[in-house]
Design a protein around this ligand. Structure first.
Ligand code: PXP
Length: 245
């Protein structure tokens, strides 16, 4: 079964709405682990609009499972990651005006800068993943620049409006998984996945990790973080590809 990475950014978003000290994303991470999360994911944005340096430090100290830090390729956050040494860094594009990460990183266009960042991070023993769209050139460029993993943007699937669009997007994801595997990359998925739509991507063979944030944090408002995570792990298990015997 694919690992579940729980993105706790939006717990910090609620806290920052009041510039208060609750709810604490570090506490949310502990609750998520108790609910069965395999990985805690956070995005340290350049504008620190939700997760702060204090959160990153405490998450590193307290998270017992895999810790995945999403970040842009900007020098100051790269330096923070090199000092913090999370288990994994996922490189993402970042625009100040966006509500959340939109689309994938352009590894093809930013190849030289990306290669430099990947080399520095892997040199510290950090697993490095590229958040990219399921496009062959981007996958190839990710393999060439030394990434260990790719996280395929599932937003195209999540935003599809018709059955045809859904089928096309699932096909793109499957092709992306196959290309990534052929190039020796671990393949993750994320963005826009919810309790209602996760089942189809969960059923695609080859995804080893999903990173899910907004939907789990939203559900946790009603049932608590432990239960929200437990319900999502159950969906991944129920709809995950069956091993052939
Ligand atoms: N993966 C990456 C790389 C992301 O940037 C995000 C959003 O922060 C997610 C997964 C989670 O997306 P969502 O909140 O839509 O589940």
């Amino acid at each position: 079964m694919a690992r579940l990475g729980v993105n706790i950014d939006h717990v910090a978003t609620v806290r920052q709405a009041r510039r208060a000290d609750e709810p604490d994303p570090v506490w949310a991470a502990a609750e998520a682990e108790l609910g069965g999360a395999d990985c805690i994911t956070f995005h340290l944005r350049e504008d620190r609009r939700h997760v702060t340096d204090r959160d990153a430090r405490l998450l590193k100290e307290t998270v017992a499972c895999k810790l995945n830090m999403e970040m842009a390729i900007a020098s100051d956050v790269v330096q923070i990651a090199l000092n913090l040494k999370p288990t994994q860094v996922t490189l993402v594009p970042e625009k100040r005006e966006e509500l959340t990460t939109e689309g994938g990183l352009d590894v093809v266009g930013l190849k030289d800068r990306v290669r430099e960042v990947v080399t520095r991070l892997t040199g510290e023993g950090i697993i490095v993943s590229a958040f990219i769209e399921p496009i062959r050139d981007q996958i190839e460029a990710s393999a060439e620049t030394g990434f260990d993993a790719i996280e395929l943007w599932t937003g195209g699937y999540a935003h599809a409006n018709t059955e045809n669009e859904l089928d096309d997007e699932l096909h793109r994801l499957l092709e992306g998984i196959r290309a990534g595997e052929r190039m020796g990359l671990e393949v993750h998925g994320g963005h826009g996945l919810t309790y209602r739509n996760v089942w189809r991507v969960a059923g695609l063979p080859g995804f080893s990790e999903f990173n899910i944030g907004h939907s789990i944090v939203s559900r946790s408002v009603f049932v608590g973080m432990r239960e929200a995570v437990r319900e999502m792990t159950e969906l991944l298990w129920r709809h995950g590809p069956r091993e052939s015997v």
